[in-house]
Design a protein around this ligand. Structure first.
Ligand code: HEM
Length: 543
């Protein structure tokens, strides 16, 4: 049999099998067709080749090449996803991996939408949508869309599930009920003394650091939010503001999140790698993962055995009020890891980018300070209740989360059986879709002066005639039953942190700081990253 025929027949078999049997990709048909042909060819070659190993290698190489070619032809020409996008993205997920590794994910997706419109094909089976009409359909309460395979890769110990890794509606909703108890208004209010104490500790630390020159405030904000989440999930344990990252847990968690970002594009790799880590615990990454899990398990066990100082988040997850724990130990460990991963850096970033913006807008700082001063004069101490009522403070936080949503690229969902039509576009079954918050929040269809920091847009005074801000296009915490369960706690933390720092310090961006260069340094993996933000802090005179 001629090599050209050997090569082309599996390609044709793959494409034909797709057309006849409607496989998602021609892989299976190609495998069958290719296997039969390869068997035949091998038999023929074994008689004609000098060495059987040579024959085997040649046949395998040809077969793999033909398999790849049939998949590429299918993806480029025959694929049912008729949505425009970069040609290379259509062919392979490696395009998205390269963009993620380069780190300009958030900006690249925004640029693609500016070029191609509301729907962009960003992978062989992946679509990004920047259209408000799609939000409810995909993420809303009765949506049939499910979480994509990426959620299998949410960092957690082997054989455990956390709220975020659960993908079935029923299992998620059952676990959600346990979590809900930890986020009632009363429960969140009970966290106030703990949060206040940690923010005070941060403020003292910044006071001592400020004597040494410009301070990288993001680093200290991050230490503080990790400490808060450690307190809530484990009844303490990190002490990063006080001691730094002695145990290396901070770094490990950050690495886990970075690696998770790559698995968004290659979810099928997550499970084999988790298996590999379990089987080969001596591998560097596996060591770190195991160390983090051991730490989490130790803390959860010790937390289970003592009566906490206050009703922390674990109090509700463990079921201390009823004496009935509905979550198994491995799952409790997974939930504790989730609290740290989901609740720390996201909240850091919300405060961090607000300070980046405030550093460039002294007039906004002055107005904010006045609002805080007036409230203090009227009510005394600034409690989380009082802060949550301050319109200008809330407007500044909303506006900062609009421009810099900590999770910039959305939450992948899989199209239901039979496909679905969203915002007028048919999306075939099994396609993965994201609605990227960073792009949507700056989409000129929905926002006037989309790239300008203008807190007033969130106040009645800012909505002048002719402006077109559409607040439905605001999803920093996602939307629907899988959206952020910790959003109220996050907002409380950010309000308290911002109010405390602004009241205690005068601050400005360090000499020579260039906002444009800073913007260029922000990368958008799963979370936005925070470049160094050097600020000069000076304690204000207390009246
Ligand atoms: C400004 C800070 C925060 C932002 C922007 C944020 C954003 C988000 C978003 C967008 C999601 C949906 C993710 C997805 O579906 O893939 C999410 C989920 C989640 N967040 Fe947050 N978050 C923040 C703070 C917090 C805090 C303080 C906690 C406290 C523990 C928390 C706990 C969670 C949990 C447990 C989930 C999973 C919810 C579920 O699967 O049903 N988050 N968050």
């Amino acid at each position: 049999m001629s090599p050209a025929i050997m090569f082309l027949l599996p390609v044709l078999a793959g494409l034909l099998s797709h057309q006849v049997f409607r496989y998602r990709e021609p892989t299976l048909g190609n495998c069958l067709g290719g296997f039969l042909l390869a068997e035949t060819a091998l038999a023929v070659m074994l008689f004609g080749c000098a060495h059987p190993i040579h024959a085997l290698c040649t046949t395998s190489a040809m077969y793999i090449a033909s398999l790849s070619l049939s998949i590429l032809i299918y993806r480029a020409i025959l694929h049912p996803l008729a949505i425009p996008g970069p040609f290379l993205a259509r062919l392979s997920k490696l395009w998205a991996v390269a963009v993620t590794v380069e780190g300009r994910n958030h900006a690249t997706i925004a640029e693609l939408h500016a070029t191609y419109g509301d729907f962009v094909r960003i992978g062989p089976n992946e679509v990004s949508i920047s259209n408000v009409a799609a939000i409810h359909e995909i993420y809303g309460p009765r949506s049939e869309w499910t979480r994509s395979d990426w959620y299998k890769g949410v960092p957690r110990p082997a054989n455990s599930e956390s709220l975020m890794s659960l993908r079935g509606h029923a299992e998620h909703s059952q676990r959600h009920k346990v979590w809900d108890r930890a986020f009632t208004t009363t429960a969140v209010k009970d966290y106030q003394p703990l949060v206040t104490q940690r923010v005070q500790q941060l403020s003292d630390r910044l006071a001592s650091e400020s004597g040494l020159g410009a301070v990288d405030i993001g680093k200290w904000f991050s230490a503080c939010t990790f400490d808060i989440m450690g307190d809530l999930a484990f009844d303490g344990g990190f002490e990063l503001v006080q001691n730094g990252d002695i145990g290396g847990y901070w770094q490990t968690i950050n690495e886990a999140v970075r690696i998770g970002a790559i698995f968004i594009n290659l979810p099928w790799l997550a499970e084999p790698l988790a298996w590999l880590a379990a089987k080969m615990p001596f591998l560097p990454l596996a060591c770190k993962k195991a160390k983090l899990e051991r730490f989490a398990e130790r803390q959860v066990r010790s937390r289970q055995q003592k009566v906490a100082h206050s009703k922390d988040l674990s109090y509700w997850l463990i079921g201390e009020d009823t004496g009935i724990c509905e979550i198994s130990l491995p799952d409790l460990v997974a939930e504790a890891v989730l609290v740290i991963i989901a609740g720390s850096d996201s909240t850091t970033l919300a405060s961090f980018f607000l300070f980046f913006l405030l550093g460039q807008h002294p007039a906004i700082v002055a107005r904010l300070r006045q609002e805080l001063q007036d409230t203090h004069d009227r009510y005394g101490q600034l409690t989380i209740d009082k802060l949550s009522e301050l319109p200008y403070l809330n407007a500044c936080i909303n506006e900062s989360l609009r421009l810099y949503p900590p999770i910039p690229n959305g939450h992948p969902r899989r199209a239901p059986k039979g496909g679905a039509t969203v915002a007028g576009q048919f999306i075939p079954e099994g396609t993965t879709v994201i609605i990227p918050a960073y792009t949507l929040h700056r989409d000129p269809k929905y926002w006037s002066e989309p790239n300008t920091f203008r807190p007033e847009r969130w106040l009645p005074e800012g909505t002048s005639a002719g402006e077109k801000d559409d607040f439905r296009a605001y999803i920093p915490f996602s939307y629907g039953p899988y959206s952020c369960i910790g959003r109220n706690l996050a907002r409380h933390e950010v309000r308290l942190l911002v109010a405390t720092i602004i009241t205690r310090f005068d601050f400005q961006l360090a000499d020579g700081f260039d906002p444009q260069t800073f913007e260029q340094q922000i990368t958008g993996e799963f979370l936005l990253t925070r470049p160094v933000l050097p600020m000069v802090l000076r304690e204000r005179m207390q009246e």
